[in-house]
Design a protein around this ligand. Structure first.
Ligand SMILES: Nc1ncnc2c1ncn2[C@@H]1O[C@H](COP(=O)(O)OP(=O)(O)OP(=O)(O)O)[C@@H](O)[C@H]1O
Ligand SMILES: [Mg+2]
Length: 475
């Protein structure tokens, strides 16, 4: 994360010395109380260092105002008088520290640098914890299949480097999980991993999401905002569904990859950043380039190292281990079956898994919820997998049809607590509802989101959760 500091200090020499003592931060400066109050509501900073004289009285109230800013900046007050009582009040109000500005400049700067560094580490830590989901590790991809072993051999060789990575592969093969795992095992692991889904945001928002914007850059931009590149500073940025990025942003991205500089929307100056870029797509890039939807020069720059995760049907040897590890993972959360009989396992190994690992996980979860005993059997698998019916089941006409397997099974209802039954019902209904809406819009995300009155991003997340792909509804 690029650390931003606002210096509201009257002494220009001191401002300069402080900025120099912390090279890896971005400083903004103001020198009067009026300018400070005009400025602070529009900026976006992690820390404010302010002369006590610039804090309007009552100063406790001023501190409270500052701490109400959306980014909750840390506040450090510089005072030229020793005032133990005043210091106690300020610290009690939430101020991070109060330093005597008459200290020799070098001591003052060194102390400030140490405090700022501590604040930065804390912010990064909070941020990483907030963003990271369950830790992915490269060991998750350990495999018995030759295709995957060859693949992982390359992965281990590039994991520690800083080279951009392009991760390709069908939907649900684990591209994002792999990107997280590579980050976790790279020298950048204690810095942020920021994932952006380029397909989930409208074109107008994507630019500001990636590069940030200055206040006033467009209607509604009342405060400046940091982009994901800035948040990922010293860490990794993962651009999911990169082919969904509009061509004019691809040009901007290429520039980032060449110069490692970003320019927030509406800003005059560029900012230097240090990020490792990983991108992924489940589309055929040659096709995208041929149709002018993806720039060749960006492709060359991104594909210094290109990895293609093999689909599950090409590594069926891995299915038993994935099944067992998911049963063990889900069991404490949802209860249900804890083992799987050989016939059911054979059916899982036989199936072609167009939705890859994601589909496999969904099928296991469903089977665990449906099974009446400790053992998952063929009867708990969808008919297209168990082979008991034609592979394309008749589409259901009433939304409630999807609940039939559970409502007609009194065992299921008796065996599970309401919260599990409710979640299962709602999940089923949600999937069916979205499936029908997507069918009616031919898979158009914007229109479907509008009909459902939800944001495109949450629609995307839900589709992913339910293994629904917009491509399947085209035409
Ligand atoms: N090797 C693995 N071990 C355990 N879980 C895995 C593995 N690979 C993938 N998964 C799980 O499968 C699901 C799909 O993975 P992920 O989101 O990384 O796929 P993807 O390739 O990015 O899919 P898409 O192209 O649709 O975005 C996730 O829940 C992920 O945790
Ligand atoms: Mg993905």
């Amino acid at each position: 994360m690029l650390f931003r500091v606002l210096l509201a200090i009257r002494n220009a020499g001191l401002r300069q010395q402080i900025s120099k003592s912390l090279p890896d931060a971005l400083f903004e400066t103001v020198s009067t109380s009026k300018l400070f109050w005009e400025h602070f509501a529009h900026v976006n900073v992690d820390c404010i260092v302010i002369d006590r004289a610039l804090l309007p009285s009552p100063e406790i109230q001023s501190i409270t105002h500052l701490l109400q800013l959306p980014d909750i900046p840390a506040v450090i007050v510089l005072s030229d008088k020793e005032d133990p009582e005043g210091r106690a009040h300020l610290l009690a109000a939430g101020c991070e520290a109060m330093l005597n500005s008459k200290l020799p400049p070098q001591t003052l700067c060194e102390t400030l640098a140490m405090i700022l560094d501590r604040i930065r580490m804390k912010k990064v830590e909070n941020f990483t914890q907030r963003r990271a989901t369950a830790q992915s590790r490269l060991s998750d991809f350990v495999s018995n299949s030759p295709a995957m072993q060859a693949f992982m051999h390359v992965v281990y060789r590039v994991a520690g480097s800083d080279a951009p990575l392009l991760i390709q592969g069908e939907t649900g093969v684990g591209k994002e999980r792999l990107a997280r795992a590579i980050h976790v095992e790279s020298p950048r692991s204690n810095r942020p991993f920021i994932a952006v889904n380029c397909g989930a945001l409208p074109e107008s928002l994507l630019e500001s999401e990636l590069f940030g914007h200055k206040e006033g850059a467009f209607t509604g931009a009342t405060r400046s905002r940091r982009g994901c590149f800035e948040l990922a500073h010293r860490g990794t940025i993962f651009l999911d569904e990169i082919t969904e990025m509009p061509v004019h942003l691809q040009v901007k991205l290429l520039r980032v990859l060449q110069e490692y500089e970003i320019q927030p929307v509406g800003a005059e100056k560029s900012i230097k950043i240090d990020v490792r870029l990983m991108a992924s797509t489940n589309r055929n890039l040659d096709e995208e380039i041929k149709h002018g939807r993806f720039r060749k020069d960006l492709y060359y720059r991104l594909s210094v190292v290109s990895l293609t995760v093999p689909p599950l049907r090409e590594r069926r040897e891995d299915i038993p281990a994935l099944v067992h590890s998911h049963i063990a993972f889900l069991r404490p959360r949802i209860g249900g079956g804890r083992a799987i009989d050989p016939e059911a396992m054979a059916a899982l190994i036989r199936y072609s898994w167009p939705g890859n690992v994601r589909e496999l996980i969904n099928v296991i979860e469903r089977a665990m919820l449906l099974c009446n005993t400790e053992m998952i059997t063929l009867a708990d698998l969808p008919e297209s997998i168990s082979g008991t019916m034609s592979p394309t089941p008749r589409p259901s006409h009433s939304m409630l049809d999807v609940l039939a397997p559970m409502t007609e099974d009194s065992e299921f209802l008796r065996k599970h607590p309401w919260r599990t039954v409710r979640r299962t019902f709602l999940d089923r209904l949600e999937r069916e509802y979205l499936r029908q809406l997507l069918e009616s819009t031919n898979g158009h995300i914007g229109r479907t989101a509008k009909l459902a009155d939800m944001r495109s991003r949450s629609l995307f997340d839900k589709m992913k959760k339910h293994g629904l792909r917009k491509e399947d509804f085209k035409g």
